[in-house]
Design a protein around this ligand. Structure first.
Ligand SMILES: C[S@@+](CC[C@H](N)C(=O)[O-])C[C@H]1O[C@@H](n2cnc3c(N)ncnc32)[C@H](O)[C@@H]1O
Length: 220
């Protein structure tokens, strides 16, 4: 048995994934032009505050498969210190915090600029019995993740504005332990990030994994 597969977390995640599946921003009439805008904003280093602000009522969560992958990676590496870029409703956070619990404890720092999402994530983490392991930093991650990070960091999840993946990696990089894992969701939207982690001289080993994840490991 794991924290992930038992109550209170398992039924909570079932509910949250149901909400996620039912809420498609792309087909929402209240958000006209979103699909076209997404193509542009996902690759732009500006405009993300407005774009994600309009999506404040949508979970935009990792897939169930990616959630399970996050739990397994954190468990199998015995992670104790995790940083996350992009909390939203806290669905990925719940998977990572569950792994910390089952590893015997630890610390997860996650970042979200949308206040209503911070409140929802806090509520979900409380309901899931995991809030004691999580520090939610409210504000732009470019600021909130630029100070007071622990060392060493065992695992980094990149799931905020895609165009900022390289910048956020730079903020965290000096604290990643050798062998630390970086999971980047939808990294195809950030070619400069892929170039960096895939370059042989870049200090990472990296491979695309499943459909939309880039899995990288810090070497030195
Ligand atoms: C794809 S969602 C994250 C989903 C979440 N990881 C999950 O699986 O439940 C991206 C989130 O990142 C937030 N975000 C985007 N850019 C950000 C930034 N620069 N700083 C903080 N949060 C950001 C958005 O508001 C949005 O809630």
């Amino acid at each position: 048995m794991t924290t992930l597969s038992t109550a209170p977390l398992a039924p909570l995640l079932d509910r949250l994934f149901e909400v996620d599946a039912a809420a498609s921003p792309a087909t929402n009439p209240a958000l006209p032009g979103l699909v076209e805008e997404r193509e542009h904003v996902m690759r732009s280093k500006t405009g993300y505050l407005d774009f994600y602000g309009r999506l404040k009522d949508f979970p935009l969560a990792v897939s169930r498969e990616t959630g399970a992958l996050l739990y397994m990676l954190a468990r199998s590496t015995g992670a104790r210190t995790i940083v996350e870029f992009g909390t939203s409703f806290g669905i990925s956070t719940l998977h990572l915090a569950a792994a910390l619990r089952d590893n015997g404890g630890g610390r997860l720092i996650t970042s979200e600029f949308e206040p209503s999402k911070v409140a929802r994530a806090r509520k979900n983490l409380t309901e899931g019995g995991l809030i004691d392991l999580v520090e939610i930093r409210e504000g732009d991650a470019l600021k909130t993740l630029s100070v007071d990070l622990p060392k060493p960091i065992d695992l980094l999840l990149l799931d905020g504005a895609k165009a900022l993946y390289t910048e956020v990696l730079s903020l965290v990089e000096s604290r990643l332990r050798p062998g630390a894992l970086i999971v980047a969701d939808n990294a195809d939207f950030c070619p400069e990030y892929l170039e960096r982690v895939r370059s042989t001289a870049g200090g990472y080993m990296s491979t695309p994994f499943a459909e939309d994840v880039e899995l990288s490991m810090r070497i030195g």
